[in-house]
Ligand binder design. Structure first.
Ligand SMILES: Nc1ncnc2c1ncn2[C@@H]1O[C@H](COP(=O)(O)OP(=O)(O)OP(=O)(O)O)[C@@H](O)[C@H]1O
Length: 342
């Protein structure tokens, strides 16, 4: 019987910079919401969490703030993260149950001991009976269905909101990895900077993300479609609209895309030859929302000479992987990096 068998309230959480996903044993991914909390500025009272709070980003009156408590994949605001976790855990299991769940959380592979402790403590204080940590690339690889326990080289590139994690995995362990603080957020910021520099116009984070998802591309786009983008003129201070082309967006994204490509190349260069040969045969697997950027898979394939596949459900891989790790006690023992009882 799996770990979840007798404790069906236990859960795996992908506590992401952009989105938090919760996997509950036997039920799958039950919650997927933005990692955002809206609160009263003076009292700190939580007004909304998740989807509802994201709508408020950039649109709050003076006394309300919408906060993203994680930055670069790690906790930037401990109290707010804890409130958010508490809300998501409660929403996922319902408030009727009295048994506190065991919770496994995915964290970036580069996190420090202090950052690990912060996630564990926030999870326990949010109501977990026991908290475990798993490295995100390991969870992503398990979630993508890679045979992580076999003596075979597997390579995963997980591009999230705050971080990109590149890892080579074999025999249940990470052989070598690189975690960089470049992900989808950095791409949004690159679009904001581009428009500021070239058009003297300021756009919001949400607008930049919409432009990236709709028109963004890692390689030169075939058509030159344009999109209307609204913001504020930095000279007159008034609202302004401009027509941005797909080619301009590709140009704006050049730097973060190169950063990701460099991390993949640097990891491959450090990979032992036998494992590199496996990766050559089996290909690199991409996960995370950022892997959906048009042309990024093709660009990495071309620049590294390796086949590249995007996982089936790229945004859910880490959450599914945490859940699968909990389902198999043997796998769990191999891949856990830290744990604590509440
Ligand atoms: N179709 C798309 N094209 C490009 N980027 C996308 C697309 N869909 C989602 N994204 C981006 O993916 C990012 C979110 O990915 P994901 O949910 O995997 O990250 P996360 O787990 O929250 O972050 P992290 O792992 O850094 O903590 C966001 O920056 C989002 O804009």
């Amino acid at each position: 019987m799996g770990f979840f068998g007798s404790f069906s309230r236990d859960m795996g959480i992908d506590l992401g910079t952009a989105n938090t996903l919760v996997y509950v044993g036997g039920r799958g991914v039950v919650l997927q919401e933005p990692s955002v909390v809206a609160m009263q500025r003076d009292t700190g009272e939580v007004l909304a969490v998740g989807d509802e709070a994201k709508q408020m980003i950039g649109r709050t009156p003076g006394n309300i703030v919408a906060i993203r408590p994680l930055k670069d994949g790690v906790i930037a605001d401990f109290d707010v993260t804890q409130s958010m976790l508490k809300y998501f855990i409660k929403k996922s299991i319902g408030s009727r149950t009295l048994i506190r769940p065991r919770v496994i959380v995915g964290v970036p592979s580069g996190v420090t001991e202090v950052e690990k402790r912060a996630v564990i403590d926030a999870t326990i204080q949010a109501g977990a009976r026991e908290a475990y940590l798993i490295e995100e690339p390991m969870a992503a690889a398990i979630g993508a269905g890679l045979p992580v326990q076999d003596p075979i080289g597997n390579m995963v590139v997980d591009i999230g909101g705050g971080t990109t994690e590149v890892a080579v995995i074999s025999l249940g362990g990470i052989v070598n990895s690189k975690s960089i603080r470049i992900g989808g957020d950095e791409m949004d910021e690159a679009i904001i900077h581009y428009i500021k520099r070239n058009y003297n116009m300021m756009i919001g984070e949400r607008t930049a993300e919409e432009v990236k998802i709709k028109m963004g591309s890692a390689t030169m786009p075939a058509s030159n479609e344009t999109q209307e983008v609204r913001g504020r003129d930095l000279v007159s201070g008034l609202p302004k609209t401009l027509n941005l082309s797909a080619q301009e967006v590709q140009q704006a994204l050049h730097e973060p895309v190169l950063g990701i490509l460099d991390a993949v190349k640097a990891t491959l260069e450090k990979t032992p030859p036998e494992l590199a040969a496996d990766i050559m045969d089996r290909g690199i697997v991409m996960t995370g929302g950022g892997s959906l950027l048009r042309g990024l898979d093709l660009m990495i394939a071309k620049e590294t000479g390796m086949p590249v596949h995007i996982a089936e459900e790229p945004l859910s891989c880490v959450a599914i992987g945490t859940g699968k790790a909990l389902d198999s006690i043997e796998l769990l023992q191999r891949v856990l990096i830290s744990s604590k009882k509440g």
